[in-house]
Design a protein around this ligand. Structure first.
Ligand code: HPA
Length: 249
């Protein structure tokens, strides 16, 4: 059987993966530039994994400035066979309260001006990939099964609205996202997901709701509140990932 090498892309609140037994750190370079951070190769639950901090080691790379193409290409070139992305999001619909976790199954992309394809006619010839179902259904199902095993509630479907950032949305923008059918809003879901698809890498997302989206509460959205939710929510996310990997043994 082909050996799998699972990448975990950590977002806000997960720039370091505590508990990862680090084997080596690689300063990768690609034909499309430098990834956000060195690739950390290690073991979790006896499985080989690669960790990449999406916003850099110091959490200093803004969502619209992440070199998503270099990140995904570096993972592919490192032999990664599958990606689990961890994303902090704002909650829009009822179930998406702070602390909720969801494996989204759809995306609406509102970002602009990002380098969002390998098939641009420069790096690779023009091509059009199917993206009807942006997340890998099997990985999603396996993540949900793992979540059940460790009794972490996870919403098994939802629509991720990807916005440009780094500013948060206006209340009217969130209302529009809701009308469009978005359950959550984040700044980094795209183009990461489509780039993984273009390189044939099964990709799934564990989205942690860290605040009510703009206009969904009468409180200001503060980074302090977000950090508090992240502190406990990321522990739940890591429990799910650990069980998911344990199931692969
Ligand atoms: N909007 C966009 N991205 C986010 C949010 C939000 O409210 N919370 C965390 N990431």
């Amino acid at each position: 059987m082909k050996k799998h090498l699972i990448a975990i892309i950590g977002g806000t609140g997960l720039t370091e993966y505590e508990g990862l037994e680090v084997i080596k750190t690689v300063e990768a370079e690609t034909a499309l530039g430098t990834p956000s951070a060195p690739l950390i190769f290690g073991k979790l639950q006896d499985q080989d994994v690669v960790f990449l901090a999406r916003h850099g080691k110091a959490h200093s790379v803004a969502p619209h400035r992440v070199n998503y193409r270099a990140n995904i290409l570096a993972l592919k070139e490192a032999g990664v066979t599958q990606i689990i992305a961890v994303n902090a999001v704002g909650g829009i619909t009822e179930k998406m309260v702070s602390g909720a976790i969801c494996t989204p199954d759809q995306i609406i992309d509102y970002t602009h001006g990002r380098s969002d394809t390998f098939f641009d006619g420069d790096y690779q010839p023009l091509d059009h990939v199917d993206f009807s179902y942006p997340y890998d259904a099997q990985v999603n199902a396996e993540l949900n099964q793992a979540a059940d095993q460790v009794q972490v509630p996870v919403e098994s479907s939802g629509v991720y609205g990807a916005t440009q950032g780094p500013r948060l949305e206006t209340a009217a923008e969130v209302l529009r996202l809701e009308k469009d059918g978005c359950d959550m809003v984040g700044m980094t879901g795209m183009p990461e997901a489509v780039l993984a698809r273009e390189l044939g890498l099964p990709y799934a997302c564990l989205a942690l709701v860290v605040n009510p989206a703009a206009g969904k509460s009468d409180q200001l959205i503060t980074m302090d509140d977000i950090r508090r939710v992240i502190a406990t929510g990321m522990l739940d996310i890591k429990k799910v990932i650990a069980q998911y990997l344990a199931n692969k043994r």
